[in-house]
Design a protein around this ligand. Structure first.
Ligand code: GDG
Length: 462
């Protein structure tokens, strides 16, 4: 049987008892790997001064794991540098935050080449390779250079920006050209797929072949949207069980009769956290009757703390929240509860079930799984309301949410008020079709549709 090889920047190796990591993506990928006796390859997350060029192998059930260490310099240039200071902001339309350095770009290409050379020694001729995310854009080219003719697919978890935006990045046209070494390129939405196709056609002179394929110099890639989903049943179960978690009970007790508005994001500037805090300030300003009746809980685990732009964001969020809490708080009521710890999934799910409003307002997001998790966590008899940014990929699938422009604090503030005042019949009427959508297009649908399409890609002749 042809094996499946998954490649991602980080690898989630289950603990030795075989328990997989809690995230829906890890669960879906592990399931697909188990079905296909697969291999998961990537960075170990560790650095060492002289990392081996041969990956460290381990086995859990029928799945193999192969991980490699990086040097501190590799980590700095490939991961913190080019991937997270140049590609991430550019792809999220934040050109002002994008910091290009030639050394970082060279490090990015170097690590991709080293990964490809190490992986090439593990690949058998009929294996299919599924590469994930922006850390690994040139991997297919490096694998082809190492002689691989296998089917190679790529899934892009973050937005693919309009050509005018991507082209500001030095190296963009080489990266684009390298995309054509993938047989299948999956994106979150058709908006992203269109952007990539336009980029390849207009900038490189590639030719469209039907609705989904693009060809240049005998290299053809299929480019399609596969919106990622969540494991709905498992999140729903976690939310029901989460009710009994101590932290959830404490939160419910401290809320008293107040309504909970909730947001969960990695502390990242793409998530629109300062903008959201200002919108909540506006809500409190314009709705004096709501003061001391609503609490916003923002959970924002710190991420990429070594990247300077994230430290700046952290300061900005702290200042904004300090101002709102200082200006509107009263003895016994803090308007915004802000925590930067990561919470167990059961606690998160339980809290989302208690929330009356899920406030999901990224300024740009590939999909946003929290929007779907909020819906899955709701009580079908009394669901809360999702307020969702039009710039999250999820908005294209969930039009029954209250869709807002996250840059307009008046609009977001109005949506929060509308959500809090919405009657039960309308809440149910909005929630039900969204729930049907996320159930139909769940994470298993996503991985199986993607792999079905990858299997049908024609094998490369040369
Ligand atoms: C990228 C794209 C795309 C968050 N805090 C805690 C916690 N989380 C979990 C959430 C959710 C996940 O992390 C975050 O997923 P998102 O989709 O919101 O965002 P990114 O991390 O930026 O992911 C994004 C995604 O890839 C998938 O393709 O949707 O657009 O940017 O599952 O619940 N989980 C736990 N504790 C926390 O404190 N346990």
């Amino acid at each position: 049987m042809a094996r499946l090889i998954v490649v991602s920047n980080r690898v989630s190796i289950p603990d030795p008892s075989g328990k997989t990591a809690a995230g829906g993506l890890a669960v879906a990928l592990c399931e697909a790997l188990e079905q296909h006796k697969g291999l998961w390859f990537g960075w170990s997350g560790k650095t060492s001064s002289a990392p081996s060029l041969i990956p460290t192998m381990s086995q859990r059930g029928s799945v193999q794991y192969a991980v490699m260490d990086l040097t501190t310099n590799d980590r700095q240039e490939y991961y913190s540098g080019f991937a997270n200071r140049a590609l991430w902001p550019t792809m999220h339309y934040r050109l002002g935050l994008s910091e290009f350095s030639r050394a970082d770009y060279a490090g990015y290409l170097r690590v991709n080449r080293r990964f490809a050379q190490a992986l090439a020694n593990l690949v058998e001729p009929d294996d299919r390779i599924w590469v994930h995310d922006y850390h690994l854009l040139p991997l297919a080219s490096e694998l082809r250079a190492a002689g691989m003719r296998n089917r190679i697919g790529y899934f892009h978890h973050i937005p693919w920006p309009a050509p005018e935006v991507l082209n500001t990045l030095p190296g963009a046209s080489d990266l684009l050209l390298g995309m054509l070494d993938y047989d299948l390129i999956g994106l979150q939405t058709d908006r992203d797929a269109d952007n990539l196709k336009r980029n390849l056609i207009r900038e490189l002179g590639a030719r469209a072949e039907g609705a989904f394929a693009v060809t240049l110099n005998d290299r053809t890639s299929v480019i399609k949207d596969f919106p990622i989903g969540i494991d709905v049943d498992s999140f729903q179960r976690a939310a029901i069980r989460g009710h009994s978690q101590k932290l959830v009970r404490q939160t419910v007790a401290s809320l008293g009769s107040r309504s909970l508005v909730m947001s969960v994001d990695r502390l990242d500037y793409s998530k629109g956290i300062p903008e959201r805090m200002e919108a909540f300030e506006r809500f409190l300003m314009s709705n004096p009757d709501q003061r001391n009746r609503v609490t916003l809980l923002q959970i924002a685990p710190v991420s990429r703390a070594e990247v300077p732009e994230y430290a700046m964001l952290s300061r900005q969020v702290n200042e904004t929240i300090g101002r709102v809490n200082g200006g509107y708080g009263e003895p016994g009521w803090v308007p915004i509860h802000y925590v930067t710890n990561s919470y167990p999934r059961a606690v998160l799910a339980g809290l989302l079930r208690v929330a009356r409003v899920g406030l999901v307002t990224p300024v740009r997001d590939g999909m946003n799984l929290v929007a779907k998790e909020f819906l899955a966590a709701q009580d079908p008899e009394d669901p809360g309301v999702l307020v969702l940014s039009k710039f999250a990929g999820a908005a294209l699938q969930l039009p029954q949410a209250l869709i807002v422009n996250p840059n307009d604090k008046f609009e977001v503030a109005d949506a929060v008020r509308t959500a809090l005042n919405m009657d039960l019949a309308e809440r149910v009427a909005r929630w039900k079709p969204m729930m049907e959508t996320i159930r139909r297009y769940d994470v298993r649908w996503w991985s199986s549709e993607y792999l079905r399409e990858l299997n049908s890609a024609p094998a490369r002749a040369t």
